[in-house]
Design a protein around this ligand. Structure first.
Ligand code: KIV
Ligand code: ZN
Length: 520
């Protein structure tokens, strides 16, 4: 039997917290179900005090959970911890995760001295443990905390009842040798350290998150905290698919087991890219579009003779299909179902019926429908939800060599339809002005990006729109053969996500806004 390394996924918390990655309630539930099914040991489902929406998502994920432990995050005060417990307690296996920044820079924020902070850790972990027998504690910015103080507070947390101690590299500062040494030091110096699980939580600012996580495991950590596609603040978190495949492919030198079904990696990677609006870079390890592509003659020749010449894992190991069936307007439901299944979408009959209508509409406008087109179609089905506040009902744009361009838009706002005419400097500007006339807002357009999905003049365009309003960021995406339609849908999609983001009241990682003394 190999030592087990627990996989703790925080896509729905640390991932969703990254600027622009807001997910809807339904999307969070779907991702949680996929994580549970693929064998993730612990799902950090959200930060329940952050908003009613976060609280409801964590509660419902807890209720629906099957095998995974469901965890919620809370700052170091009783109010946060109580709220977290209210949400996770519905799970068959709940966990409370509470944290406080312990490095000198982080201690200065709540203005606590070392002793005051130590007391606070004792009180809050004890409180969490009185509610739940599975408690995780994190000294945020552990990798920049004085070693003696880190040992002291880890010991306090263990004595107060923490069952997992997570060692975050919050700013992505550490390096593999140091990451290993830190875990080894804690195991050697802290009384009771052999009774709990040490976790590693790395950010990727220097591109070392995966290496740092694996080094920590070799030194004795037995939980890796990670996200799908490495989604997360700034340069992101450790990518789940990378640590899982590294432990699988190099099991000869890293003999640790995970419970993850790696054939589900591609599917969940696409899902997270879609709902977060963060596309996966083409050359991303494991799940990038080019991760298994061989174009140079010498590579192709080698591959044809023996795939192992240039491949250390098979595409099928990560759930990548090798078929190259192209669909068109004569393709039927069965062909579409088979193709979508290959791409990781196992649809129920009613879902297939809906997608089939959209597929036919696309195939009427486009001779050949490629995998990329179908993925965009599925993405659109995901991002245009029936319960969105804003929904486009009709759009007509007039453009030509004589400006200004005009747009006539009917937009439903909370179920009430409004129609306006607007003009603009180009058709996209006119359409955006029409949206703004119906739904006035102060959000600033930070990014507008158009990309052709495939080749040819009938190619679909994928449009990404990023909006910023008072420091809150939301990203929207849409695809269509008509670039103006795709742009307007992406804009409205970003606004719908911004509306969700507005509901978050607790600033990320903030320890100032809830007074410890009031809350305790
Ligand atoms: O990066 C970090 O320190 C965190 C903690 C809240 C665990 O995400
Ligand atoms: Zn983090």
């Amino acid at each position: 039997m190999q030592d087990k390394v627990f996989i703790f996924d925080t896509t729905l918390r640390d991932g969703e917290q990254s600027p622009g990655a807001t997910m809807t309630h339904a999307e969070k539930l779907e991702i949680a179900a996929m994580l549970d099914e693929m064998g993730v040991d612990i799902i950090e489902a959200g930060f329940p005090i952050a908003s009613i929406g976060d609280f409801e998502a964590v509660s419902e994920i807890a209720k629906n959970s099957k095998n995974s432990v469901i965890c919620g995050l809370s700052r170091a005060n009783f109010k946060d911890i109580d709220r977290c417990w209210e949400a996770v307690k519905h799970a068959a296996r709940p966990r409370i995760h509470t944290f406080i920044g312990t490095s000198p820079l982080h201690r200065a924020i709540p203005n606590l001295d070392m002793d005051q902070m130590a007391d606070r850790i004792h009180d809050t972990v004890t409180h969490a443990r009185n509610l739940c027998d599975n408690v995780q504690w994190s000294p945020m910015d552990a990798t920049r905390t004085e070693h003696d103080y880190l040992c002291r507070v880890v010991e306090i947390a263990i004595k107060a009842g923490a069952t997992t101690i997570n060692i975050p590299d919050t700013v992505g500062y550490t390096a593999p040798r140091e990451s290993a040494a830190l875990i080894r030091m804690l195991l050697e110096r802290v009384p009771g350290a052999d009774q709990i699980i040490f976790a590693t939580h790395c950010h990727n600012d220097l591109g070392m998150a995966t290496a740092n996580s694996l080094a920590a495991v070799e030194a004795g950590a037995r939980q890796i905290e990670c996200t799908i596609n490495g989604l997360g603040e700034r340069a992101g978190n450790t990518a789940l698919e990378e640590v899982v495949m590294a432990l699988k492919v190099r099991n000869d030198i890293m003999p640790y087991a995970t419970g993850i079904d790696s054939t589900k990696l591609m599917n969940i990677s696409r899902k997270v890219a879609t709902v977060s609006g963060f596309p996966v870079q083409f050359n991303k390890a494991i799940v990038g579009k080019n991760a298994f592509a061989h174009e140079s003659g010498i590579h192709q020749d080698g591959m044809l003779k023996n795939a192992e010449t240039f491949e250390i894992m098979r595409p099928a190991d990560v759930g990548l299909s090798e078929t190259s069936l192209v669909l068109g307007k004569h393709s039927g439901r069965a062909a579409l179902r088979a193709k979508l299944k290959d791409l990781g979408f196992d649809l129920a009959d009613n879902q297939l019926a809906d997608v089939f209508v959209r597929f036919k509409a696309l195939a009427d406008r486009k001779k050949e429908v490629f995998d990329e087109d179908l993925l965009a179609l599925m993405q659109d089905a995901d991002t245009s939800a029936a319960y969105d506040t804003l929904q486009i009902k009709r759009l007509r744009v007039v453009c030509g060599t004589e400006g200004p361009q005009e747009a006539e838009l009917t937009l439903s706002v909370d179920g009430v339809e409004h129609t306006v005419d607007a003009t603009g400097d180009g058709p996209v500007d006119a359409a955006f002005n029409a949206v703004k006339a119906i739904f006035p807002h102060e959000a600033r357009l930070q990014l507008y990006q158009v990309q052709a999905i495939t080749e040819g003049t009938d190619a679909q365009a994928t449009v990404s729109v990023r909006l910023e309003e008072e420091g809150k960021i939301a990203t929207g995406q849409a695809a269509d053969t008509d670039t103006v339609v795709a742009s307007t849908r992406a804009y409205v999609n970003a606004l719908n996500r911004l509306i969700l983001r507005r509901q978050k009241t607790a600033p990320d990682h903030d320890v100032k806004s809830v007074s410890y003394r009031d809350a305790i």
